[in-house]
Design a protein around this ligand. Structure first.
Ligand code: C2G
Length: 129
């Protein structure tokens, strides 16, 4: 089974590694779409701390990840799923229900987020130190 997932993975932390390792357990090939800097600018109104080339580099270096590409638009999920021949889409449950319209294309699974860790919180903590 080929599994696909998406994310920014900025300031990489244990919540990120947990979801990627758990996603990989659902199949034998894990493909990760790393959101582009431009997509983040339009989605969150700020650039990520780490640029997309570095974020891709980090994700590609993980043992549980087989393939990495740049996610250029949130609206292209169906195209990415078809292009990469994915059988399963996995996302954290902060996205619960958001990708149910893709269920005709592949299986859609939401996994529970790792509690008490987020990039936003890490940035806030570092800022106030
Ligand atoms: N995540 C998690 N536990 C955390 C933090 C994040 O399981 N404590 C998961 C999220 O649910 C997501 C993945 O890690 O599935 C990546 O999270 P983000 O980097 O915050 O990605 P996001 O901004 O949600 O971008 O097309 C979708 C977007 O690219 C997703």
């Amino acid at each position: 089974m080929r599994v696909i997932t998406f994310g920014t993975f900025d300031v990489f932390h244990v919540g990120h590694v947990n979801i990627l390792e758990r996603a990989r357990l659902h199949g034998s090939h894990l493909i990760v779409g790393v959101s582009s800097d431009q997509l983040n600018m339009s989605k969150k109104g700020r650039a990520p701390i780490y640029c997309d080339e570095d974020r891709k580099h980090i994700i590609r270096s993980l043992r549980c990840v087989d393939e990495v590409f740049l996610e250029e638009s949130l609206e292209l999920k169906a195209e990415y799923i078809k292009y990469y021949n994915a059988d399963i889409l996995i996302m954290g449950d902060d996205w619960q229900g958001k990708f149910d319209h893709l269920k005709g294309l592949c299986q859609v699974i939401y996994l529970p987020r790792t509690p008490s860790v987020s990039t936003t919180e890490i940035i806030e903590i570092v800022k106030t130190k």
